[in-house]
Write a protein that binds this ligand. Structure first.
Ligand code: PAF
Length: 282
């Protein structure tokens, strides 16, 4: 595996692969890699000739400076994991390399980006669109891999790809990887206190229970109220939002039939001061 720091170097390395019509798989990450990332990389390895993993904590998607400051950075361990997974190129650029000047592009992402994370974190999805569009343009992958933990992010990236004409690129969504007790893997989990870590699996427990609530005839509004109440009843947890939305449009549904693409429940919970997200398909 080679560690690449500049865009020019990345171009040079990928040029021969392009000439030989080799497929390139891209896994965009912000580092602090865990088994969830590993599953994306392993899938990319199986499905492509060349695998590029980007490790870049993208400042433009952080609407909270403290979150950016405290975001875990573990470059050496990341490189070791990627090497062990048989990655060809780890792209680890500096902020100056990616943004030699401020990126002022505003993407017309529309309704998929206006609800849930979009409403809670103004500017976040525009920042994601900025960095992912840059990575797509630099790498020109056949396939790009994203984890379903960030369910809404995938819908937003699909929209950005449509807007920017990345039409010959497959966006591959990959299942959430969980700890044995159900907690969705996240780079932020390392920031949980021991007490916070103990209560965190309640998020998954409550979401699983909501499947039975739906089966018992409860409406989306009733399930939403129940999930929120149960999570908030756990000491240390506080629901920021729980929405039941159409799996493609991300729009909240009033009845189960309305979700023509399937329904998904998306939750954000503060566990102490750590913001965790998770989701479940109905
Ligand atoms: O999901 C993430 O880690 C980031 O949002 C992404 C897609 C790598 C863009 O910075």
């Amino acid at each position: 595996m080679e560690i690449i720091k500049t865009i020019a170097e990345l171009e040079n390395k990928l040029a021969p692969a392009r000439k030989e019509a080799k497929s390139i798989g891209l896994v965009p990450t912000m580092g602090a890699l865990h088994a969830g990332h590993r599953s994306l990389v392993e899938r990319a390895r199986k499905e492509n000739d060349i695998v590029v993993v980007s490790v870049f904590v993208n400042p433009t998607q952080f609407n909270n400076p403290d979150d950016l400051r405290t975001y875990p950075r573990t470059e050496e361990a990341d490189a070791a994991m990627l090497e062990a997974c048989g990655v060809d190129y780890a792209f680890m650029p500096s902020v100056e390399e990616v943004y030699p000047e401020p990126d002022t592009r505003i993407f017309a992402l529309g309704p998929v980006a206006e609800v849930m994370e979009g409403a809670m974190r103004p500017g976040h999805f525009n920042g994601v669109a900025q960095i992912v569009s840059k990575l797509f343009a630099m790498t020109r992958p056949a396939r790009a891999y994203f984890g379903e933990k960030d369910f809404q992010q995938i819908a937003v990236i699909r929209k950005m790809a449509e807007l920017e004409g990345f039409t010959d690129l497959e966006i591959v969504d990959c299942p959430i990887v969980r700890e044995e007790d159900g907690l969705a893997l996240s780079s932020r989990n390392v920031r949980l206190t021991p007490e916070g870590r103990k209560v965190a699996p309640n998020i998954r427990r409550v979401l699983l229970e909501s499947l039975d609530e739906k089966a018992s005839g409860m409406t989306p509004a009733e399930v939403k109220a129940s999930v929120t109440k149960k999570i908030d009843a756990v000491p240390g947890l506080r629901t920021e939002y729980y929405e039941i939305v159409d799996a493609l449009t991300m729009q909240p549904i009033a009845s189960w039939d309305e979700a023509t693409n399937g329904a998904v429940g998306c939750v954000t919970v503060y566990d102490g001061d750590v913001r965790l997200i998770d989701n479940i398909r109905y």
